[in-house]
Design a protein around this ligand. Sequence first.
Ligand code: APR
Ligand code: PHB
Length: 397
Amino acid sequence: MKILKTQVAIIGAGPSGLLLGQLLHNAGIATVIVERQTPDYVQQRIRAGVLEQGMVDLLRQAGVSQRMDAEGLVHGGFQLALGERQVHIDLHALTGGKTVMIYGQTEVTRDLMIARQNAGATTLYEAHNVVPHGMKSDEPFLTFEKDGETWRVDCDYIAGCDGFHGVARQSIPADSLKVFERVYPFGWLGILADTPPVHEELVYARHARGFALCSMRSPTRTRYYVQVPTEEKVEDWSDQRFWDELKARLPSALAERLVTGPSIEKSIAPLRSFVVEPMQYGRMFLVGDAAHIVPPTGAKGLNLAASDVSTLFNILLKVLRDGRTDLLEKYSEICLRRVWKAERFSWWMTSMLHTFEDSDAFSQRISESELEYFVDSEAGRKTIAENYVGLPYEAIE
Ligand code: APR
Ligand code: PHB
């Protein structure tokens, strides 16, 4: 058996695990990351693209912001389209100067992987059958198989950064967790294409045919989505069918300007709200998608992962440097306060912007009227903007 010793063992090398690892490493705290997939696989997953100021600041603090600061697009607002009507949500003006950064999660992950490699910190890829042990003891450890050998990583703390399907949450006894969940009866069909964005800002469109979103990765690469029923098959969507459907859901002024082209990637993602409480079990902490999922309508998934990372990093720093073990039990409650606010916003944006097939005529009018109220009122636009740019991170005393 191969035995390693570290301070913090991290399961999962997605954005949560890599960012936590980088912050801890920079602070002189030893980490080992254990990841099931290959580096190429991790890097090629197409995911979110909107970073809140809090996450941008955290990436700068971690020293991995050089490319983001050079290539990321700062957006001071976004567009809401309601049928033929277009409303500008001026994030900058409505929040006293806050903005978001358009920079793909794929790029964030790549920057973090390179930084970790340059730092010489250990990441063990293609680790199979990872199991956390002794979480309730003072000597937790991980076991797994890699290259035909059994490995063990002894540590002080375990960070479960292994996403929604990971092993960390599943290793906690069911009677120690409470699960909150809502599954929506639709998904998002997304495509990536090398075409210029239809608008310089993101466009979130509510339409009788269903929701659509025009996002981007750069001035020459777009990421567009349309709401589809859950049972839809990606094989049934030719590029032409996708473009026709997207056009049909945009205000005609935008549809006329839409530049189409071959897709580079096309996939369907289900929509789900999910929270597990508490986000910790003894010396193991759940971070990011391992603990919660939001539907992507509010652009909150990756950003919530970042705020969990910030909270855990600041707590572990005080625990390992100053012996503040009293802070350990605060992790879950601090995270959950912010998580639930983002869950609420993501659910609300989803409810207002999508069509629900089984909703009655009254509910549909109420939901249309709710959106119209919010966009026509400055207080309403402020509420949307304040949540979209991201609520503040809680300080660790
Ligand atoms: N053992 C080791 N690694 C695992 C295991 C396991 N049993 N299960 C999953 N992993 C790895 C996955 O392969 C993946 O690389 O854990 C990583 C989890 O990464 P993500 O799913 O990206 O989750 P996270 O890092 O929390 O990222 C935040 O929020 O809304 C989303 O799009 C956003 O994916 C982003 C996420
Ligand atoms: C994306 O660019 O993939 C994206 C942007 C905003 C969202 C969701 C996804 O709300």
